[in-house]
Design a protein around this ligand. Structure first.
Ligand code: DNO
Length: 360
């Protein structure tokens, strides 16, 4: 297992590489060229500069989160091949730069959705939260306005202002797209990119839809075990894999997280591990990582990863805002560092109790 932290780049992140380097057990970062738009080809010199900056700080660039997929590909418009060609060029360059894991998502219009970015918990920390009632009462534009006013000045992934300016057009594009069509478009995309992934040994790790159900009437397919196994089978290549995100699949309490992990043996290329606290099945908040602070048994999740021989990159996920930190909601330093340390502790205990001399 390679413990990492997500890092948005020195231009966008409040957390520095030096700080990340000082978290015990964190060897690498998962990063991206945050300023690029979906569909754009990544320049080799930008990729190499990012890699060098990270390596100069004593860390490694363990993978990319994300190379975003253009909506033309998700919708399947006549010009999608142009954007897939661009995606392939970007993958080729990442492969040449020695990157072997790319996280992406296939969510229409939005990336993840939350209704509050700073809900106050009893201990005074603030966290991201979601209630279905709030989504049902809002239209997407209002939601964007309320989200951006709480973002501590940060640009949230998938909620970029330029994108939100076109939100009506984006919704129009998806009018004819249902779950089946989205599956077909994902298949088409994967079949086209698999040869370059095979050539450079790039593991593609699709991120689940968050929350794991339809929002604002848009189709959502990466939501449960059945659908994810369907996706694995429809393009049956080991490079076609998943980001197992406990906090996203876990939004639906019917998803049995350890069971899902076990069913994905060999196909989990990246893990996001965090906890959620449910107040009702449609009202949850992002708690601390610790099992007793939320609803999930984090030991069971880590044990399932151990049982399938998971040896890829993992990261603590969204952290609470604590100790007066001001950062991108979910992506401050302190609580993610606590999360990494806790997950490393669970992992060491699991490895040693299975007869290993040290954590694997
Ligand atoms: C949220 C993240 C997502 C994720 C993308 C992957 O905090 O987990 O934004 O990076 O869905 O493309």
């Amino acid at each position: 297992m390679q413990m990492t932290l997500r890092w948005y780049g020195s231009k966008y992140d409040t957390v520095t590489l030096k700080q990340i380097r000082q978290i015990p057990g964190v060897k690498g970062v998962i990063s991206t060229l945050y300023g690029t738009a979906p569909g754009e080809v990544w320049e080799m010199e930008d990729i190499l500069a990012l890699k060098k900056e990270i390596e100069d700080a004593g860390l490694e660039l363990t993978g990319i989160e994300s190379v975003n997929v253009h909506d033309a590909i998700k919708v399947g418009t006549p010009d999608r091949d142009k954007y897939i060609d661009n995606y392939i060029t970007t993958l080729e360059r990442l492969g040449q730069a020695g990157i072997h894991m790319v996280c992406y998502n296939f969510m229409p219009v939005f990336d993840w959705t939350r209704t509050e970015l700073a809900r106050v918990r009893p201990d005074g920390s603030t966290v991201l939260a979601y209630t279905q009632e709030a989504v049902d009462a809002l239209n997407p534009e209002d939601m964007f306005a309320s989200i951006s006013s709480d973002a501590n000045g940060a640009i949230l992934p998938g909620w970029e202002p330029e994108r939100m300016e076109h939100i009506k057009e984006l919704f129009d594009m998806y009018k004819e797209v249902d779950d089946e069509k989205l599956f077909a478009n994902l298949k088409y995309f994967l079949e086209r990119i698999m040869p370059v992934c095979d050539k450079y040994d790039i593991n593609m790790a699709i991120h689940p839809d968050d929350p794991a159900w339809s929002v604002f009437g848009l189709p959502r397919i990466i939501i449960n075990k059945e659908n994810i196994l369907r996706m694995m089978k429809m393009v049956d290549n080991p490079h076609n894999g998943v980001t197992f995100c406990s906090g996203s699949y876990g939004t639906n309490l019917e998803n049995d997280l350890p069971d899902m992990i076990r069913s994905l043996k060999g196909r989990i290329h990246f893990a996001h591990v965090r906890n959620l606290k449910f107040n009702s099945p449609t009202d949850f908040e992002e708690s601390a990582h610790l099992s007793s602070d939320g609803t999930f048994d984090m030991y069971e999740i880590m044990l399932a990863l151990y049982d399938i021989g998971f040896d890829g990159p993992i990261r603590p996920d969204h952290g609470r805002m604590i100790w007066d930190e001001v950062a991108m909601p979910g992506y401050g330093l302190y609580d993610r560092a606590l999360g990494a340390t806790y997950l490393n502790g669970l992992w060491e205990a699991i490895c040693k109790s299975h007869g290993h001399k040290e954590a694997l």
